[in-house]
Design a protein around this ligand. Structure first.
Ligand code: AOF
Length: 148
């Protein structure tokens, strides 16, 4: 079992990665993601330019092993909808991720809790709110309705 200090360090790495998304990701919010297996980060991603990989998709693209023992730490709720890119929540389900840890919800009305629902309804363990204050302080200006 991963202890809390380790979990926080993984989310903080995802937050650090999310800084690299700017400015190319705009107007999308800057998101970071790490994949962890057996207590070790095995892949990383951050939001690319609009129409290109979201953070989760980038991390998944760089890891071609089974995901049944992998936890994803992602700074923003995975998207439940198909926009300019496929749905990250559905992709995580299809690829068989074991667990997803999310820092903060996505207020985009197309998402707004639906990404969490997609994961939970598929039987995936979801932890919501890890490092929420720290992540929100960075990402909030880029989320709807603050995102101009
Ligand atoms: N950047 C980002 C997300 N951003 C969400 O996706 C929306 C844009 O979707 P799209 O048009 O497909 O690029 C954006 O308004 C926000 O709700 N979601 C994620 O799972 N991961 C990411 O890295």
């Amino acid at each position: 079992m991963t202890d809390l200090a380790e979990e926080i360090s993984f989310m903080q790495r995802a937050l650090t990665l999310s800084h690299q998304a700017l400015p190319a990701c705009r107007p999308n919010p800057p998101v970071g993601c790490v994949l962890v297996k057996d207590g070790v980060i095995v892949s990383e991603g951050f939001t690319q330019a609009p129409g290109c990989h979201h953070a989760e998709a980038m991390a998944l693209a760089h890891y071609d092993q089974p995901l049944d023992d992998v936890t994803a730490y992602v700074t923003l709720e995975p998207c439940s909808f198909v926009g300019r890119t496929p749905s990250c929540a559905h992709t995580l389900v299809e690829k068989g991720i074991k667990r997803v840890v999310v820092a903060t919800l996505d207020p985009d009305p197309r998402n707004s809790g639906k990404g969490i629902d997609v994961l939970r309804q598929a039987g995936i363990a979801v932890t919501l709110g890890l490092c929420e204050a720290e992540v929100s302080a960075f990402i909030s200006p880029y989320l709807l309705p603050n995102n101009k």
